[in-house]
Design a binder for this molecule. Structure first.
Ligand SMILES: Cc1cc2nc3c(=O)[nH]c(=O)nc-3n(C[C@H](O)[C@H](O)[C@H](O)COP(=O)(O)OP(=O)(O)OC[C@H]3O[C@@H](n4cnc5c(N)ncnc54)[C@H](O)[C@@H]3O)c2cc1C
Length: 489
């Protein structure tokens, strides 16, 4: 029978769940706090420039294909994908950078130049990573995270040891060259934790990087959002924007009854929240919350970020669509993010110049740039810090790439901890959720189904499987399946 399902938030996980639940015949309404849908993947436009405010890397194209295939669609029905070549560029010092090709044999050549004999270790490492990808991303991550037994299958039994040692050690056992080590450790940063605290099983991210490639949807990541929203409308989902849920009402039997939005109560048979988990629990009475403040405080959160969206009045030289500035010590920066939260002295940073490959991002002859410095969630954010770090990275960019840039800046907009809190109700201003560490994987993450409220469910980057756009699509599917099972029982 058709049930009324209310979803909080319109990030990727909510959009994914909304599509599956509507396809199953239910009446789905999404309430989104902000005026734009898409959650952290909103877009910002100014003077002919366009900026993806959140995600910029399109990895694991098979996950998107699988999502759309569940609705007899393809990504190309909604957006045009281009494989980037180079996938990205990494700076290690002044005019000292390497480009990661989209072709594996060229990556092997690069490895040989940096560390003779290393390409054969790379090939073996990638075979293992591909194998892990096939087991983890095509199967394990689609499990609901309710029991450790989910992880034990005929295919995984030989891999379980990789959950108990870290990827840093695994890479260091195979490669000596510090530049290659930095390149190989980079993909797990998407999981939100230090490589030394990330299970080796997650080396499937290296297969995602070198094997499956870096893609770009023409027009930006927002095109995926637009595609999913179009699909959701076709399936009958309704959207209410500028509509923050202020309370979730629960009766004495522990059943969620309704949500309060702009003074009006909306009843539902099931409530699913894709808003930050910690925030959602604040919307219900204390006795129905599953996790205490102390619980959240002890968790390893993915970093927050200081972002700058910058319009340049000219094209920039010696940079690629995705450019990583790894000319600083990662361990010191990581300590300031995870161990002793503080503003980093000498940060690594990432820059995206999408107008290098996609003319829709900037007026002709100009360049759109997004800069991202990962920082500890919850640290003090003020104008002084923002100014200081803009000066620091623009100076580094000039020096490393050998060009004058300051006088070519048309405008700069910054985004940081306070904005993540204000815009997304994000816990401590985290940018991308709860990290995937040794003790925060699968059944050890906050649950999809509430233990205390019978018809309340959660999805998104704080529950299973974890941070990132592909995991958010998967999280939405897992949540929808859990809801359908609950409705059938
Ligand atoms: C700067 C940045 C860079 C990133 N880079 C990448 C990348 O390159 N590649 C990648 O794969 N991933 C990347 N990520 C991670 C990825 O964007 C996220 O993991 C993913 O988008 C999270 O989706 P979600 O559905 O969990 O939640 P969100 O996108 O956070 O959506 C939650 C929604 O809930 C809404 N909400 C909150 N409270 C309420 C309320 N009370 N009522 C109604 N609505 C509410 C919020 O407004 C928001 O729209 C990045 C993230 C950031 C921030």
């Amino acid at each position: 029978m058709k049930k009324k399902i209310i979803i909080l938030g319109s990030g990727f996980s909510s959009l994914s769940a909304a599509c599956y639940l509507a396809k199953a015949g239910h009446q789905v309404t999404v309430f989104e706090k902000n005026k734009q849908v898409g959650g952290r993947a909103r877009q910002f436009k100014k003077d002919g420039f366009v900026f993806d405010m959140g995600p910029t890397w399109y990895w694991m194209p098979d996950v998107f294909e699988k999502f759309f295939a569940d609705f007899d669609r393809k990504p190309s029905d909604f957006y045009q994908l281009n494989r980037l070549d180079p996938a990205y560029e990494v700076y290690f010092g002044e005019k000292d950078s390497v480009s990661i090709s989209s072709e594996l044999h060229k990556i092997c050549e690069l490895f040989e130049q940096e560390e003779p004999g290393s390409s054969k270790h790379l090939i073996k490492f990638l075979e293992m990573a591909e194998n892990n990808y096939n087991v983890a991303v095509k199967d394990l991550v689609y499990r609901p995270g309710v029991s450790p037994l989910e992880l034990i299958t005929a295919k995984t039994i030989t891999k379980l040891n990789q959950l108990f040692f870290d990827i840093r050690r695994q890479i260091a056992n195979r490669f000596d060259n510090p530049r290659l080590i930095k390149i190989l450790e980079f993909p797990v940063l998407f999981l939100g934790a230090k490589p030394g605290n990330t299970p080796a099983l997650y080396n499937f991210m290296n297969w995602a990087d070198f094997g499956l490639g870096t893609w770009h949807p023409k027009g930006g990541m927002v095109e995926i959002v637009n595609g999913m929203v179009t699909l959701a409308y076709q399936l009958g989902v309704s959207f209410e924007t500028n509509s923050a849920v202020e309370e979730i009402a629960i009766d004495h039997n522990g059943v969620a009854q309704s949500v309060l939005v702009k003074g009006t109560r909306h009843t539902a048979d099931v409530i699913l929240s894709g808003a930050d988990y910690h925030h959602t629990e604040k919307l219900i009475r204390e006795k129905y919350r599953q996790y205490s403040e102390a619980y959240w405080n002890k968790k390893t959160f993915a970093p927050s970020s200081l972002l700058f969206y910058v319009g340049f009045d000219k094209k920039l030289d010696h940079v690629s669509h995705h450019t990583l500035f790894f000319d600083a010590e990662f361990d010191e920066h990581a300590e300031a993010i995870y161990d002793k939260p503080a503003w980093p002295k000498d940060p690594l940073f990432y820059a995206s110049f999408p107008s290098k490959t996609d003319a829709t991002f900037a007026p002709e002859g100009k360049e759109a740039a997004t800069f991202l410095i990962p920082i500890a969630a919850g640290i003090e954010d003020n104008e002084e810090h923002r100014k200081k770090y803009f000066e620091l990275i623009i100076g580094r960019l000039e020096r490393l790439t050998g060009q004058e840039l300051r006088e070519h800046v048309l405008f700069t907009e910054s985004y940081c901890v306070n904005d993540f809190v204000d815009d997304y109700n994000s816990y401590k201003g985290n940018a991308y959720g709860l990290a995937n560490t040794l003790t925060q994987t699968a059944f050890m993450r906050p649950r999809i189904k509430s233990k205390k409220v019978k018809n309340l469910f959660f999805t998104g980057q704080l529950t299973v499987p974890g941070p990132g756009v592909p995991p958010a699509l998967i999280s939405g599917k897992i949540a929808a399946e859990s809801i359908l099972k609950h409705l059938d029982s």
